[in-house]
Write a new protein. Structure first.
Length: 506
């Protein structure tokens, strides 16, 4: 068959164009790779991630991270990073990640802008090339400045009120039929734990425990429950709820309770805030330990410090409560803990009826800070500086036992004391609260009822001492570091709000 074609010849002719295309592509790619290698690395450095981008932060947020696409020349980044308004901080690096840790919490109610330009690529710097980062602009904000108080005017009387100082907005959180007596905020500020009695019951020992939502979100993108949702946490059917404390992690409540049928039966109880995995409603359990006085949950939320006998005991919430973790016989009261638990402000009661305030550390240091002839009412550690703010009283009349309250700032490093404010005498029922960013101090001035002989309605507001309240004003004092405040006169301003027991939202 002379006209038949060879199969191999036909196949060879069919695949030749494909071979030519493949060879051409290989050559083209080789040329491109060669050109890239000759030009070197031309990928522009940029910020890949900024952890606070469009976020709302609080005092507990103390550092942000920038992650770069390429290794950066460290000094050029640190020299060119700008934060507006300025926030002092320290740099640390781990490869392409830069961490900026704030020296003090960012002031609340502020919008911030982070910019980085002209920072250099590490390899470009080594090669002597002037290749800089792609300009970066980021933003974040801090939480609004928000306060809580118990109202005293006609519409707000006995009700828990939230006031947003940043936006100048007010919300009444609790209903008219409840008279709030005390309250504490959860760490995220989204709920409040409070004790209250009904308007029909004037017995101060009839309080029940509730929670109420604030309508405030701790994070920008987080959905939050509407304000004013009230839930009963603990009733007072069989036991009186005398005092309570909420753990720093917001998971546990410790309550001082008294048996209604047996007045001598009182002690500390504890309970979780939320239901267990099965959905069972939490119930209180007795802390089997010796009866005690004032108490406070420790910063790790695992124990409670309680005045017991002639000293202060640290009792575990889980385990044998009759075996204290620590006992300090020379102190009668723990007034405050630092946030990390490394320091405590403790009170020593002296035989001459004076009181000493000590700084006690977990390293065994006991440093006397001051002595007073009156009382040590409230102390709070500032997380922004080594400062302790205290509300104290001094005895101005031994015959009538009249005390005059005043506020003092104590530098814990030097022991220097700076009086900030002196209040009128015989006003022992003052309350004080330090803001989370350390820049503001709230306090109240209660005006008592003058006509004490007339019968009072059941919804009359009363102080912890049982005195009837006519009205009360709220005051805000801006704060500066002790060194700066030495040259600047700071005066408190009265807020356009009528209430008492003011507290900052975290």
């Amino acid at each position: 068959m002379p006209n038949a074609q060879c199969p191999m010849t036909k196949s060879k002719a069919f695949i030749q164009p494909l071979d030519r295309i493949a060879i051409a592509l290989i050559l083209l790619l080789s040329v491109l790779i060669g050109l890239i290698m000759l030009q070197g690395d031309v990928v522009t450095a940029r910020v890949r991630d900024f952890t606070w981008q469009n976020q709302q932060i609080g005092a507990e947020d103390n550092s942000f991270t920038l992650t770069f696409s390429r290794p950066m020349e460290i000094k050029s980044v640190e020299d060119n990073l700008k934060i507006e308004p300025p926030l002092a901080g320290k740099f640390s690096w781990a490869g392409r990640r830069m961490v900026y840790t704030l020296v003090t919490p960012a002031p609340y109610g502020t919008n911030y802008k982070v910019q980085l330009q002209q920072a250099k690529d590490q390899f470009a710097e080594q090669e002597g090339k002037n290749r800089v980062i792609q300009p970066f602009v980021g933003s974040f904000r801090t939480r609004d400045r928000v306060i809580l108080y118990i109202g005293t005017d006609q519409q707000e009387q006995g009700r828990l009120v939230l006031y947003n100082l940043t936006q100048e907005q007010k919300r009444i959180l609790t209903p008219k039929d409840l008279i709030a007596m005390d309250f504490e905020s959860f760490p995220d500020g989204e709920k409040i734990l409070f004790s209250a009695r009904t308007t029909k019951n004037e017995d101060l020992l009839s309080a029940q425990l509730y929670t109420v939502t604030t309508g405030v979100s701790s994070k920008s993108a987080k959905e939050v429950e509407p304000a004013g949702k009230v839930d009963l946490i603990l009733d007072s059917k069989d036991y009186q709820n005398l005092k309570f404390d909420l753990s720093p992690d917001g998971q546990t409540i410790v309550i001082q309770r008294g048996n209604k049928t047996n007045p001598g039966d009182f002690g500390l109880w504890f309970m979780p805030v939320t239901s267990d995995e099965s959905g069972k409603k939490p119930t209180p359990k007795r802390l089997e330990s010796q009866p005690g006085g004032d108490f406070m949950i420790t910063p790790d939320s695992k124990a409670v410090a309680v005045a017991q006998g002639q000293g202060a005991a640290i009792i575990p919430l889980q385990g044998d409560a009759n075996k204290p973790l620590d006992f300090l016989p020379q102190f009668g009261l723990v007034q405050a803990f630092s946030k990390d638990g490394s320091q405590a402000a403790m009170v020593r009661f002296n035989t001459d009826y004076t009181r000493d305030l000590f700084l006690v550390t977990n390293q065994g240091v006991q440093k006397q800070l001051l002595k007073t002839t009156g009382s040590i009412l409230i102390c709070q550690f500032d997380i922004a500086s080594p400062t302790l703010y205290c509300l104290l009283t001094q005895l101005v009349s031994k015959e009538q036992y009249i005390e005059q309250p005043y506020v003092v700032a104590i530098d814990l490093k030097t022991g220097q004391q700076k009086p900030l404010l002196v209040l009128p005498p015989a006003q022992r029922n003052v309350q004080m609260s330090l803001s989370a960013d350390g820049l503001g101090l709230l306090f109240d001035q209660v005006v008592p009822q003058t006509n004490t002989t007339a019968s009072l309605p059941t919804n009359t507001l009363k102080t912890d001492d049982g005195d009837a309240i006519a009205t009360s004003s709220l005051w805000l004092m801006p704060l500066l570091p002790i060194g700066d405040a030495a040259t600047v006169e700071i005066r408190p301003e009265q807020l356009p709000l009528a209430g008492f027991r003011p507290r900052w939202l975290p």
